[in-house]
Design a protein around this ligand. Structure first.
Ligand code: FE
Ligand code: ZN
Ligand code: FE
Ligand code: FE
Length: 167
């Protein structure tokens, strides 16, 4: 599809996010499975539920635009998930692996925040008020997920990971 208008770009960005979220619906259960700290497992499980709702919101926007959401592969998310699974496939101390999972997951959340921030802004410029509101809701959730991961890292995981080395 050629990009002749901001509307075209808006749709492309939405398709990228749609594919990225669907990749995450598959990846988050694996992240949860490989996490050891109960609060981290719970955070991944909770974000899976949130992610499913985010897919629903995108579906709502696509139907309002009468656009088919399929047909784009988000290569960036593929790469981010690949890096995350490299981390949990390694042997090592469980707390250090948890810290690695958090570092990978925060990259994902920041990627999503960038995508939703742009899409939200395009929706506003194009006068798609309903889409703007839905995209802002998701942006806020991604930001909350990122903060939650920081909190878990700083309150528990990082200290345990540091103690693991015996240093
Ligand atoms: Fe998301
Ligand atoms: Zn992408
Ligand atoms: Fe990288
Ligand atoms: Fe997310």
């Amino acid at each position: 599809m050629s990009l002749d208008s901001l509307q075209d770009l808006f749709v492309e960005e939405l398709k990228d996010l749609y594919n990225a979220e669907n990749q995450l619906v598959k990846a988050l259960p694996k992240m949860a499975k490989h996490a050891t700290a109960p609060e981290l497992k719970a955070a991944f499980a909770e974000h899976l539920d949130v992610t499913r709702k985010q897919v629903d919101r995108l579906n709502e926007i696509f139907s309002a635009l009468s656009v088919n959401p399929k047909g784009k592969r988000c290569k960036a998310m593929e790469g981010l998930i690949e890096e995350g699974s490299e981390m949990f496939s390694k042997k090592g101390n469980p707390s250090v692996i948890d810290a690695a999972l958090i570092a990978a997951a925060q990259r994902v959340e920041h990627y999503e925040m960038a995508g939703y921030g742009c899409a939200r802004t395009f929706a506003k410029l194009l006068g798609h008020g309903d889409a703007e509101k839905l995209l802002q809701e998701t942006l806020d959730e991604e930001s909350e997920a990122d903060s939650k991961l920081t909190e878990i890292a700083e309150s528990v995981i990082n200290t345990q990971a540091q103690d693991a080395s015996g240093a």
